[in-house]
Write a protein of this length. Structure first.
Length: 721
């Protein structure tokens, strides 16, 4: 039965057709979803004035209501008939035209597409309320921001461009698509081409650019310190410790009391040493080794006892929680802890007694664990080795402690072999470091080498991390599990694996995940591509195919390492999760009850976010130096490999420097090139020249942009001058 509508005004529609007006009304309400409109407002919006037209529009409104396309609110206003319950989401900006809203607490839900006109001034990573609009944009629901709950950032780093009476800051952040207008009186001494920090005072809307005031001048664009400080500011990294924190650290005594020593297992007479990078200043870990009477070998993995010095509820603890990790930029470290702790009290420096937290293993000749022990210790490091020093002893079989290092290497190789036989994935990405002059100018890009000495240390750190996690998990697994901090790594997504398999096939590598399994297939590929031009490209893509590792209180496994349980125990000087692990391990060794899981999960999420921020900042600093280095060698021809193909350009990784740049399609002037997405290539319309993924090419630098950290390349010949 139809329902009576007392509020329906009289009208005549015999000579008109309300159906033709319905789409106009629906479009208006859809474009303004999230609020209701009275009939008078709708009439005005569609531009009708005469009584006849008004009657037709009114009839169309009620027809739409009857269909359920729109609905009438309590105040008599009409709105699109969608669920107007606000949804909490986070904005993920894609380009100047649109963004996605990632729904909070809705794992597995589709992201919501939002036009730039419906963002309501929201920026990347802002927390917002949205409403869903009728219809879809492609396969995605479409939405609109109705309220901004929390700004992710209110300051941006960028380069100032001056006019006569005002300036514009061009942001470095690639997901900020607006230049920021700055009035002359708000420049605060900044000049043309300065790198600055601008604070937003007026957020953008449909008709206005954002406005801001300059709060800090970092230096001239392109200068080393200005660019590094820009990266620090861009990622919200701290420039210094809070006032008084370093003074607080200086008050901590470096004396180890006899009362403290008797609480600990004493390893001071056992041969012990550290192996670290040649330029390392903080030494988290040391190894001890002792041959036992039964023929087995006792290996001690000794880790700086940071939590002995950093106590809960102190300013040092609060700052460590906030930073969560040290950050390693190309020319400096932003430490988690003040230097007094990181390079002094906690650092396992040679010929000094140090307090440690240890994992001690009795291993037989096959590398199998016969006994293990965890607890607090005191050590004396006899020697500090750089990786190069330890490698010399392995290769030459001479020098102090060469027998101990060799014995550890033999055991490490057995542990490594067992790990891979259990399904670990052998990711070996090529990392680069820079040779810098005193002004920070890059003189060269040097790939980092990984030799047996590096893998020796890595294997024993992995062993300690794994066994600590398994010890806690197994301690009370029959009853309620103990709350603990794990490092988890989920299995890769099948769709991403399929995409990667197609990518690898372009280089002539076949993968069969169904028959061999994921780990064996990936390891087979990694072995086959060693030494090939495509090695770095495929390894980097393989890593991106994997799920991201994270900290969690959930006792999940680690796919990449093929460990049922894993944690981070071995680097408390530079990672706060390791400090949490030390505290929890001691708490449970002392017989303590399980702690509040929710509180620790919150800390895990924070640490994972800080870890991502640090990694992004480190990559940005490397990219900056790569761009700067390539700007100094613009006339040289470089061999490279096509690492990506898109409709706007061809990405090329330069083999010698591991720098990636792009040859723009617009710069291919010998023909009109069309993008063949399915086959990862572009094809010339007339000459049929194909440029495909994996092709070996020669390029030289056309232009570099320090602000955007981009390298524009052009194809050339090998002997091109």
């Amino acid at each position: 039965m139809g329902r009576k509508r007392k509020s329906k005004p009289p009208h005549k529609a015999s000579k008109g057709n309300p159906k033709k007006i319905e789409p106009v009304i629906l479009n208006f309400l859809s474009q303004n979803s999230g609020r209701g409109y009275q009939i008078k407002q709708i009439l005005k919006s569609v531009g009708v004035r005469d009584a006849k037209s008004k009657a037709l529009v009114t009839e169309a409104i009620f027809r739409l209501e009857d269909k359920g396309a729109i609905k009438k609110l309590r105040n008599g206003a009409f709105t699109v008939d969608v669920d107007l319950s606000p949804i909490i989401a986070t904005i993920d900006s894609v380009n100047p035209r649109f963004a996605y809203a990632v729904l909070a607490n809705s794992e597995g839900s589709e992201d919501v597409w939002i036009s730039a006109n419906d963002l309501n001034g929201a920026m990347d990573d802002d927390k917002v309320k949205i409403v869903i609009k009728p219809g879809k944009h492609g396969k995605h629901q479409e939405g609109k921001v109705i309220e901004i709950l929390e700004r992710n950032r209110e300051e941006f780093v960028g380069r100032l461009e001056m006019s006569t009476r005002y300036g514009f800051v061009i942001p470095d952040f690639k997901k900020m698509f607006h230049d920021v207008y700055v009035r002359y009186e708000d420049l605060n001494g900044a000049k043309h081409n300065d790198k600055v920090i601008v604070q937003i005072t007026q957020w953008p809307d449909r008709n206005k650019k954002p406005e801001g005031v300059i709060t800090r001048v970092l230096g001239k664009a392109g200068e080393h310190n200005a660019e590094i400080h820009s990266i620090i500011a861009e990622f919200g990294l701290p420039l210094e410790f809070p006032e008084g924190l370093e003074a607080e650290a200086e008050t901590i005594s470096d004396k180890i009391s006899s009362k403290e020593i008797v609480k600990r297992k004493d390893f001071r007479k056992v041969p012990t040493f550290t192996i670290d990078p040649v330029d390392a200043k903080d030494f988290d870990d040391a190894l001890s080794i002792k041959k036992l009477d039964n023929g087995n070998t006792e290996v001690g993995v000794h880790i700086a006892d940071v939590t002995h010095y950093v106590q809960p509820e102190t300013s040092l603890e609060k700052e460590a929680v906030e930073r969560a990790t040290s950050v390693y930029l190309v020319d400096r470290t932003i430490p988690m802890l003040p230097e007094r702790l990181s390079n002094g009290l906690c650092s396992l420096r040679p010929e000094e007694e140090k307090l440690t937290f240890s994992a001690v293993f009795e291993l037989d000749d096959a590398g199998e664990i016969q006994k293990e022990w965890f607890g607090r210790t005191i050590i004396y490091s006899d020697r500090r080795f750089a990786y190069e020093d330890a490698q010399e002893r392995l290769e030459n079989q001479e020098g102090d402690y060469f027998e101990e290092i060799t014995a550890l290497d033999v055991l490490a190789k057995k542990l490594r072999k067992k790990r891979f036989s259990n399904g670990a994935v052998n990711f070996e990405t090529v990392e680069v470091k820079f040779k810098l002059d005193e002004k920070g100018t890059p003189l060269g890009v040097i790939p980092k080498e990984r030799k047996d000495a590096h893998m020796l240390i890595e294997e024993f750190m992995l062993l300690a991390n794994k066994r600590v996690a398994e010890f806690i998990y197994n301690k009370f697994k029959q009853a309620n599990p103990l709350t603990f901090v794990y490092r988890s790594h989920d299995n890769p997504d099948p769709e991403k694996l399929d995409t990667f398999s197609n990518f690898a096939r372009r280089f002539g590598h076949q993968m069969d995940f169904d028959k061999k399994g994921v780990s064996k297939s990936l390891n087979g590929l990694i072995e086959n591509i060693e030494g090939t031009p495509e090695q770095n490209v495929l390894q980097q893509l393989a890593i991106r195919t994997m799920a991201k590792a994270k900290y969690t209180t959930e006792p999940k496994g680690h796919f990449g390492l093929a460990f049922p349980h894993y944690t981070h125990f071995t680097s408390p000087i530079r990672r706060y999760p390791d400090m949490m692990v030390h505290r929890l391990l001691q708490h449970y060794l002392d017989g303590g009850k399980s702690v509040d899981k929710e509180a620790y999960e919150e800390l895990c999420v924070h640490a994972s976010e800080r870890e991502k921020r640090a990694a992004d900042a480190e990559r940005a600093s490397i990219k900056y130096k790569q761009v700067e280095f390539m700007s100094l060698v613009e006339q040289k021809a470089f061999a490279g490999i096509v690492s990506g193909v898109t409709e706007w350009g061809v990405y090329v990784e330069i083999t010698e420097t591991k720098c990636e740049g792009m040859v723009r399609i617009a710069d291919l002037d010998d023909d009109f090139y069309e993008y063949d997405e399915q086959n990862y290539r572009v094809i010339g319309r007339r000459n049929k020249r194909m440029i495909s993924l994996g092709d070996e090419v020669f390029v030289r630098v056309k232009a570099t942009d320090i602000d955007r950290r981009t390298i524009d390349l052009i194809f050339t010949e090998e002997d091109d001058e």
